[in-house]
Design a binder for this molecule. Structure first.
Ligand code: PA5
Length: 437
């Protein structure tokens, strides 16, 4: 099993500047090591999720008893993005089209009536056919308007046509939240999220483990990969620590006026990893106030997601020729399929030198081409290379990013664990709803 590797040799990122930034993180590294031996007491608590055998056993046991052919995850933001990222990376974006022996999975997040009506129809159809379904409501606070509204609509459908409806529902939330108490009253199974683990850091808690286990994903291997990366990002000295180097790159870029971080995935199934990362960076680094809440800083780096080679045909002109305000991370991956271009002499002249070549070699050529242009243009970039999209590798990648974000918050002087401005919109929405509009 190979862990993701980080390289930035030809990237234009000056080593002395990165080393100086990395050095600044030595105190934070010491705090992280302390948190790693403090269970779930510290804000950095999520760093200990990969070692939690209790959560793993709980999620797997419940997944065995709730086996279903249709799984519906109701949740938004940190409550579903990690699950989608892992599911699509491992099973593919088109999983529902040919699920094989695994369950199909649908996600209800926004309050889009058309989207939810389609999910409700799939639920009705499945129940009509006598299929077993599982609805997993995931909400840390237990009080997110969109999730609760969607859940109540789907629950009404379920109650109408399934006598054992209570057994089809699993709720994942903070122990003691109003939703936790309601689950007890209603007789729903409930899975806990440790209090100090925020939504965007919760993928390795029951938030992700339960639905992923329902799909037959090897959640133990996922956690093992995360645990291996955790160990590296805790044990390695700052100058050789991949999470710290990533944070140093991004902070150095930010100091130089580069405030857009583009993750360029050369593997379409990783798009949702990019969307998960977008939330992780957006909410962790985008802050009105500094960490001490003394200075208004309006800090932020805007995360974007690009897919290679698709977006080279829509965004490359901007990236290569436009404003020098971006740092790119090229994420490459070894595909499973060994497809090759057939040898047909009459086609050779159309695009020379591709006959008989594997698609993966053509992809490599594109990546090398992109790196060459970025280098020539002096645009900063690094590469994260994945040996595959198996559980172990995906677990390690997500863990790297979560630790990188904690270090980045420390470097930029913001609190990477709260999201006060997200809460503000939730409060305003509830106020509008209370006025009856
Ligand atoms: O990262 C966060 O905390 C937010 O994006 C939440 O995940 C999102 O708002 C959903 O909240 P909850 O899980 O409480 O329903």
């Amino acid at each position: 099993m190979t862990l993701p590797t980080l390289s930035w040799e030809s990237s234009g990122l000056a080593r002395p500047a990165l080393a100086a930034k990395a050095k600044l993180l030595e105190a934070e590294l010491a705090r992280m090591r302390k948190a790693a031996s403090s269970g779930y007491a510290d804000e950095r608590a999520s760093v200990n999720l990969p070692l939690d055998k209790g959560h793993l056993a709980l999620a797997r046991r419940l997944a065995r008893t709730r086996k279903a052919s249709l799984v519906i995850v109701v949740g938004i933001g940190g409550s579903n993005l990690g699950t989608i990222a892992v599911q699509e990376a491992i099973l593919g974006r088109a999983h529902n089209l040919s699920p094989g022996k695994r369950a199909r999975i649908l996600y209800a997040d926004t309050v889009d009536a058309d989207a939810l009506a389609a999910i409700a129809r799939s639920l009705k159809d499945a129940l009509k056919k006598g299929e077993r379904v599982a609805i997993n409501l995931v909400s840390k606070s237990g009080a997110t308007t969109e999730s609760v509204a969607n859940f109540e609509i789907l629950l009404a459908v379920l109650r109408k046509s399934d006598k054992g409806w209570r057994d089809r529902v699993v709720v994942t939330t903070d122990e003691g939240s109003p939703l936790w108490d309601l689950a007890q009253q209603e007789g729903f199974a409930a899975l806990p999220i440790p209090k100090k683990v925020g939504g965007r850091y919760s993928v390795f808690s029951p938030v992700g483990l339960f639905p992923l286990a329902l799909l037959g994903i090897d959640v133990e291997a996922l956690l093992e990969g995360a645990a291996q990366m955790r160990k590296i990002c805790l044990d390695a000295p700052a100058e050789r620590n991949p999470a710290i180097i990533r944070a140093a790159m991004l902070a150095h870029a930010r100091d130089s006026g580069i405030a857009i971080a583009d993750n360029f995935y050369f593997g379409s199934d990783l798009e949702s990893v990019g969307k998960w990362y977008r939330q992780l960076m957006g909410e962790s680094i985008g802050k009105e106030w500094d960490a001490a809440h003394e200075r208004r800083v309006h800090m932020g780096i805007t995360p974007t997601v690009s897919i290679g080679t698709t977006d080279l045909h829509s965004m490359a002109q901007l990236y290569f020729g436009g404003p020098r305000d971006k740092i790119h991370t090229l994420v490459t991956v070894e595909p499973d399929a060994a497809l090759a271009v057939p040898r047909m002499a009459q086609y050779e002249a159309l695009v020379p030198h591709i006959q008989g070549k594997r698609l993966s070699s053509i992809m490599d050529a594109v990546v090398q081409g992109v790196e060459a242009v970025l280098s020539q243009q002096g645009i900063p970039f690094c590469r994260i290379a994945l040996a595959g999209k198996d559980e172990h590798t995906v677990g390690a990648l997500l863990q790297l990013h979560m630790m990188e974000m904690m270090y980045l918050g420390a470097l930029l002087g913001v609190n990477p664990f709260d999201q006060p401005n997200v809460e503000a919109y939730k409060v305003e929405t509830k106020r509008v709803l209370a006025r009856g509009k």
